[in-house]
Each structure stands twice: as C-alpha cells, then as structure tokens.
Design a protein around this ligand. Structure first.
Ligand code: HEC
Length: 97
C-alpha cells in the first residue's frame, strides 16, 4: 500500500483541512500529513500506532458512531466504508508514508 497513491487522497479530502499543513486552520494541534507528527502521543491517545489500528486514535475516531466521529458532522465530508477499511489496513501494515 502506498501513502501517496492510497492514503493521501483520502486524507486530503477528509482530514487535512483541519489536520494538515496549514497551521492557521489546524485543529487539536495535530497534523496527519507528516509521519513523525502523527505518531506523537496526544492528551487522549496516539493518532497512529503503526501495526496496531485498534490502539490508533484515528481509527477509533473514524469508526466512532457518536459525536467523537471524524471527520466531524460539521465538515460535511464522509468516509466510505471502503476508505475506512483502507486506512485501517494501512495502519495494520505499518503506516508507511
Ligand atoms: C472540520 C475540521 C475537522 C476535520 C475535517 C477533521 N477533524 Fe479531527 N478534529 C477536529 C477537532 C475540532 C478536534 C478536537 C475535538 C475533538 O477531539 O473532537 C479533532 C480531533 C481529532 C482527533 C483527536 C486528537 C487528540 O487530541 O487526541 C483525531 C485522532 C482526529 N481528529 C482525527 C481526524 C481524522 C482521521 C480526520 C479525517 C478522516 C479528521 N480528524 C478530520 C476537527 C476536524
């Protein structure tokens, strides 16, 4: 699986407006476009734990069925079930960027 081919398009459409390179629109002081940043533990969990999707907060949040779900409802963007599975499998396989 390739970050640029499989993951970046999903994250740019649904995550990077709030967790990407632009510091002025960044939420939760978290960016997912850089591996080193995405692997840093945060107050409530670690966004990405390579090889362990269940421990990865981004997986908990994209599969959440309550208000914790990401992207938030206000973003008017949703992930398809296939995209969610792609993100889960990419982390299971080591979250290579
Ligand atoms: C419209 C803005 C927006 C978008 C788009 C968005 N998020 Fe978030 N995200 C937030 C906000 C605001 C918070 C902080 C509040 C909260 O934790 O719910 C947050 C928090 C998080 C956290 C918790 C960070 C921590 O401090 O532990 C994770 C993980 C996360 N988002 C993942 C994602 C992922 C993955 C995507 C894309 C699939 C995404 N978000 C898309 C606004 C957004």
């Amino acid at each position: 699986m390739s970050f640029d081919r499989d993951i970046r398009p999903i994250m740019s459409r649904t995550c990077f407006s709030c967790h990407g390179p632009d510091v002025s629109s960044r939420m939760a002081d978290m960016r997912l476009d850089l591996r080193d940043e995405a692997l840093k533990p945060k107050a409530r969990g670690t966004p990405i734990v390579p090889g362990d999707p269940d421990q990865s907060e981004i997986i908990q949040r994209i599969f959440a069925t309550d208000a914790r779900v990401m992207p938030p409802a206000s973003a008017n963007r949703t992930l398809t079930p296939t995209e969610k599975e792609t993100l889960r499998r990419w982390i299971a396989e080591g979250a290579r960027y």
